[in-house]
Design a protein around this ligand. Structure first.
Ligand SMILES: Cc1cc2nc3c(=O)[nH]c(=O)nc-3n(C[C@H](O)[C@H](O)[C@H](O)COP(=O)(O)OP(=O)(O)OC[C@H]3O[C@@H](n4cnc5c(N)ncnc54)[C@H](O)[C@@H]3O)c2cc1C
Ligand SMILES: *[C@@H]1O[C@H](CO)[C@@H](O)[C@H](O)[C@H]1NC(C)=O
Ligand SMILES: *[C@@H]1O[C@H](CO)[C@@H](O)[C@H](O)[C@H]1NC(C)=O
Ligand SMILES: *[C@@H]1O[C@H](CO)[C@@H](O)[C@H](O)[C@H]1NC(C)=O
Ligand SMILES: *[C@@H]1O[C@H](CO)[C@@H](O)[C@H](O)[C@H]1NC(C)=O
Ligand SMILES: *[C@@H]1O[C@H](CO)[C@@H](O)[C@H](O)[C@H]1NC(C)=O
Length: 583
């Protein structure tokens, strides 16, 4: 991350604020894919940098260090921040979400639509990982670059050509160690901190059921299991079919990225000036009293374990208040939910909302916490007629459905597994006959979500509503329906004895007879998501809802940047992690 910031020499050019007690040049808040590489790079460039992280370091715990354990990691209370969100403001629609989570009278969770009496409705569980490395410590590791248009749109709206896709590639090359394409493949890098591999393609050489299904998917959609999904191919955004699924893990399955890069930076014999402080919940940014334009000079922190109320271990502890100052800049990288919360608690946000909570307005910025967006997800999940033998990692399948606007619009991943969204204790296992093509619908037409304060208490999680399908919902759902039809055909055309399949959703049963409307209704009600972004988006100063300029600087505020998923003006591609790393 922030490769671009460095290349532009921006940090060297920034003016310093005189602060007698300032110990660090830069303070970075949050150690996810946004904050961690940035803090490491600043320190490697010689700037004394402090990285503040609310959670602990779990880098040696196998739940996190082994990519294959990602579902265990997301369920592990040692890192969990349990957010409960809404998908819409329509109570009736919300009431039909199958994996709605409730708090039972005994304090434990109930998931479903028929809770025991006296249960409290919490909403839709949206896991976040509060630990050194952020959500890149519990994610699936999927690395997929966005379409060129996703980058170019930022260049177009801001007039800053450094965002053009043709310029952005070099940052990816700089951070990558490609371990799934031959050496010297154009568009790839081999010396960066981000090792990328694909799941072992050798299963295609064996005789097995999962190989037969993969072959049938290839027959229907094209491609092959080793094709490079991040190729520097000018036709890439039109290229569909099967690809190798690239992830940020090394060839032995160890998760790499945020935590490993921080550790490598701390352990380097060069003794880079990086300081990491854990169990540090940043509650607000501090501003100079001597300047007319608001100027960030530091942060206020609560010290202690499990201080945020989304942490399942939180017990009411308040923590110790500390102030820390920066000579140059404060960079907020708390993720799409926490970054807008931190800005608002600091007095940067919609003035009316801040006044409601008696927060003094430092800068009225109506876009903070607005335009929250996420990809829509669904999947064709079915049970084969027999237990499926053979093992394969997931294969990636890109589709461009008939009504797609311009580029391919669906990223699917297929395997003998089940993924139906998130709830405490997810996923449901349906046994060895299960097979699914799960999919992400890219570039949603609507981004009407929001992150609003519930309280001025920094330990209290905000109110989050994605307002899915507000605009262009029917068009997006048609694309999802068409994707489901293609995946269904691809899976079932394997034939007997593996078929017929008993589909779980979106069209249940063996001899299916679902209308398009019924399938769209299912997809709409049960859509899930995990790529939240855009709650503090980049855009020109004359755009009322833009929060950041094209260099990540908060409009109208000095020495304050936001560098994380919230900065993207729209969800980048199918999976945000590699776009965040490389932007
Ligand atoms: C279960 C799951 C699976 C996913 N799988 C994939 C995938 O396969 N591929 C992909 O591309 N994307 C995936 N994602 C999404 C991806 O992981 C996120 O988009 C990405 O991690 C966002 O990075 P970030 O830096 O914006 O924020 P985060 O990763 O959320 O990091 C924010 C960090 O800031 C810390 N923090 C927050 N508030 C404060 C505060 N007040 N004080 C101090 N620290 C604070 C948090 O503890 C956290 O460590 C997945 C997400 C989830 C939830
Ligand atoms: C891994 O996470 C699970 C919860 O998903 C937890 O029960 C287990 O104790 C964790 N393992 C380790 C080694 O922390
Ligand atoms: C990961 O990438 C680094 C940097 O290029 C390299 O030194 C290391 O050997 C790679 N790890 C593995 C296990 O291949
Ligand atoms: C799977 O089962 C088939 C017979 O149904 C057999 O031919 C094949 O060798 C098996 N493959 C594996 C990997 O067990
Ligand atoms: C609350 O949690 C803190 C931090 O884990 C711990 O030190 C403290 O003893 C706990 N207090 C109570 C009352 O359980
Ligand atoms: C499918 O359902 C429709 C409407 O419910 C019905 O008219 C039709 O006969 C059914 N077709 C089959 C093959 O069951």
């Amino acid at each position: 991350m922030a490769g671009q910031l460095f290349a532009l020499g921006l940090f060297a050019a920034t003016g310093a604020v005189a602060q007698a007690v300032a110990t660090y040049d830069y303070i970075v808040v949050g150690s996810g894919p946004g904050g961690a590489p940035l803090a490491a790079n600043l320190a490697r460039a010689g700037y004394p940098t402090l990285l503040l992280e609310a959670g602990d370091d779990l880098g040696n715990n196998k739940n996190y260090s082994e990519m294959a354990n990602f579902n265990l990691a997301a369920n592990d209370e040692k890192s969990r921040w349990d957010f409960f969100v809404k998908h819409s403001s329509d109570e009736e629609r919300e009431g039909k979400y199958e994996h709605t989570t409730w708090r039972k009278p005994d304090g434990s969770f109930y998931v479903g639509l028929d809770p025991p009496e006296g249960s409290e409705r919490l909403g839709i569980w949206y896991p976040r990982s509060a630990t050194l490395g952020g959500c890149a410590m519990h994610n699936g590791g999927v690395c997929a670059l966005p379409s060129d248009d996703d980058w170019n749109a930022i260049a177009e709206s801001t007039g800053d050509d450094t965002w053009l896709a043709k310029n952005m590639r070099q940052y990816f090359e700089r951070i990558e160690t490609a371990q799934y394409v031959p050496p010297e493949t154009p568009g790839h890098g081999y010396t960066g901190y981000l090792n990328l591999t694909i799941s072992d393609p050798a299963f295609m050489q064996q005789s097995s059921d999962v190989k037969d299904i993969a072959s049938s998917i290839i027959k229907v959609t094209g491609g092959d299991v080793t094709r490079d999904i991040n190729a520097a191919d000018p036709d890439r955004d039109q290229s569909t079919g099967v690809f190798g699924l690239a992830s940020h893990a090394d060839p032995t399955g160890h998760r790499v990225g945020t935590n490993t890069y921080i550790r490598a930076t701390l352990d380097d014999p060069a003794k880079y000036p990086l300081t990491v402080q854990l169990q540090s919940l940043v509650t607000k940014v501090l501003f100079s009293e001597d300047t007319e334009e608001p100027t960030a000079i530091g942060v206020e922190v609560l010290r202690g374990p499990s201080l945020y109320k989304a942490d399942p271990r939180h017990n009411g502890t308040k923590g110790e208040v500390v102030q820390i100052f920066a000579k140059r800049e404060v960079i907020v990288s708390g993720g799409a939910f926490n970054t807008p919360q931190i800005l608002k608690l600091s007095g940067i946000g919609p003035a009316e909302e801040l006044k409601k909570f008696d927060i003094p307005v430092v800068k009225d910025l109506p876009g903070v916490g607005e335009k929250l967006a996420d990809n829509y997800e669904g999947g064709v999940l079915a049970l084969a007629s027999k237990p499926l033998n053979g093992t394969s990692g997931p294969i990636a399948v890109l589709l461009k459905t008939p009504t797609a606007r311009k580029n391919r619009n669906i990223y699917g991943w297929c395997k003998s597994f089940s993924f139906e969204g998130f709830w405490p204790g997810y996923p449901t296992e349906y046994g060895p006959a299960q097979y699914e093509c799960a999919f992400v619908h890219m570039n949603p037409r609507s981004q009407a979500g929001y992150v609003h304060l519930r309280s001025s208490d920094p330990q209290e999680p905000p109110e989050i509503n994605f307002n899915f399908f507000e605009h262009g919902g029917d068009e997006d759902l048609t694309e999802m329906l068409d994707a489901a039809k293609i995946f269904r055909k691809a899976i079932t055309s394997v034939g007997e004895p593996i078929a017929p399949f008993n589909e779980k959703h979106p069209c249940p049963g063996i001899n299916q007879n679902c209308t398009d409307e019924a399938q769209k209704e299912f997809l709409k009600l049960q859509t899930y998501s995990h790529h939240a972004s855009s709650s503090c988006g980049i855009g020109p100063a004359d755009d009322k809802l833009a929060v950041l300029d094209s260099k990540f600087r908060v409009h109208g505020v000095k020495n304050l940047r936001v560098v994380d998923a919230s900065a993207f003006p729209a969800v980048p591609g199918a999976f945000p992690v590699c776009p965040i790393f490389s932007k």
